[in-house]
Write a protein that binds this ligand. Structure first.
Ligand code: CAA
Length: 389
């Protein structure tokens, strides 16, 4: 029996800043951002949007179409946690009206947690194939203003319905795994911006890729040529090109620009204009590939590399199912990205500097453009969510 992704949808903020604008203010050549890092725009969440509203926005259309019956597991993957105790998924469970018979929990291991959630969901569904699992990965990537990490911020969420006999991507059981205790990127509880040793993190990412890929090849007996399309975790899109060049080199393949674009370029478009969305990022890339690849990928194998700083990494793959295109939300994704509001630098900085109230009083937030849900405010230390219209 196959298990995997039966439906997938992504959501991101309706606001962005163009990296040409940021480059102008920072006195940086824009090519550094657009060519050197491979990013063009970054999504910025307004004050009344957070990981919960983004996660619920990603999942709602999917559940409106697929129904909520038999969803017995809701895994919410994030490194932008809003509470030390209560799982963010429980707010989503409430907003979406999911069945009470459901295990709901939050998973954390930097950007890897979305993949952990997906694999755990597959195991749960394999154990009881009559049930379905909802996986949500949702994050806000946030670094200090004017730091090297600043142009690699962003935000977004992906929701995936995991079922037996999936109609989009059947996951293979072979994986390459890697854990190593490193301090390349972290966020202590008292900070709301991540700390990062950027160049070191990039080196570890590539090392972890090589180790995972080696194991994956040994376990599966597959080689570079058996993978039709490659998706990589995308903190910024240039890293995918470096990662792909590394795998090709290890396989003794001389990669042309054309091959690079065809094999690994199809997943980059959304991330270039959304930015990093940590746990969701790999799956925003997968959405982009499935939505925009001109060739019918039915029966083709997609390889995926997930990396979470700290670090845990995994190489795994899946086979695209016939008829997958009818299951996608491609038009909705494009409409969302084409209808966003551009922020000026001043607006971006004002939003960035808004501190979340911590005094236990009642604070209601101004209404911005959001998805179907918004964070209305906070009262007695409790977040207040509501339908946006
Ligand atoms: N035109 C074209 N290219 C230019 C340029 C110009 N005018 N100026 C510079 N560049 C190139 C540089 O040559 C460099 O290319 P290479 O990487 O190929 O050498 C590239 O642009 C970046 O320039 P710098 O190395 O000088 O950039 P930086 O020091 O400002 O930092 C960064 C870049 C390390 C990615 C930084 O943005 C960062 O720390 N980001 C956050 C950390 C991160 O994303 N790490 C990735 C792995 S960790 C992970 O994956 C988990 C996660 O999600 C965070």
């Amino acid at each position: 029996m196959n298990v995997g992704i039966d439906a997938i949808r992504f959501y991101s903020s309706n606001y962005f800043i163009d990296l040409h604008t940021l480059a102008g203010v920072r006195g940086v050549d824009p090519d550094k951002y657009t060519v050197g890092i491979g990013q063009e725009k970054m999504a910025i969440p307004p004050p009344d949007e957070d990981i919960v509203t983004m996660g619920a926005a990603a999942a709602k259309p999917l559940l409106d179409r697929e129904g909520k019956d038999n969803i017995e597991l809701l895994l919410f993957a994030t490194e932008s946690g809003i509470d030390q105790s209560k799982a963010a998924g429980i707010f989503v469970h409430g907003l979406l009206g999911l069945p009470a018979r459901c295990r709901t929990l939050e998973l954390k291991e930097a950007c890897y947690s979305g993949t952990a959630a997906l694999q755990l969901a597959c195991a749960a569904v394999a154990r009881n194939p009559k049930t379905r699992a909802l996986v949500i990965a949702s994050d806000v990537a946030r670094y200090e203003l004017a730091s090297p990490g600043e142009p690699t911020q962003g935000c977004g969420a992906v929701a995936m319905l995991v079922t037996a006999n999936p109609r989009i991507l059947a996951l293979d059981s072979e994986t390459g795994l890697f854990t190593s205790d490193v301090m390349d990127f972290w966020r202590p509880n008292y900070r709301d911006q991540a700390l990062v040793d950027g160049k070191y993190s990039t080196r570890i990412y590539l090392q972890a890729l090589q180790e995972c890929w080696k194991q994956y090849r040994e376990q599966s007996g597959r080689s570079f040529g058996d993978i039709a399309r490659f998706c990589y975790h995308l903190p910024f899109t240039r890293i995918a090109e470096k990662a792909h060049e590394r795998l090709a080199k290890d396989a003794g393949i001389a990669l042309t620009d054309e091959h690079l674009a065809q094999q690994a370029g199809g997943s980059l478009g959304y991330n270039k204009i959304v930015g990093n969305s940590y746990a969701a990022s790999l799956y925003v890339g997968l959405n982009c590939l499935l939505d925009n690849e001109p060739e019918d990928l039915s029966g083709k194998r997609i390889g995926m590399f997930s990396y979470g700083s700290g670090c845990v990494a995994e190489y795994f793959s899946g086979v695209v199912q016939p008829g997958y295109r009818e299951r996608l939300f491609s038009d909705e994704h494009r409409a969302l990205l084409n209808n966003r509001t551009e922020l000026t630098y001043r607006q971006y900085e004002d939003i960035y500097n808004l501190a979340f109230p911590t005094d236990g009083g009642t604070h209601m937030f101004s209404r911005y453009r959001t998805g179907p849900y918004r964070l209305a405010g906070v009262k007695e230390h409790k977040r207040q969510y509501e339908a946006a219209s």
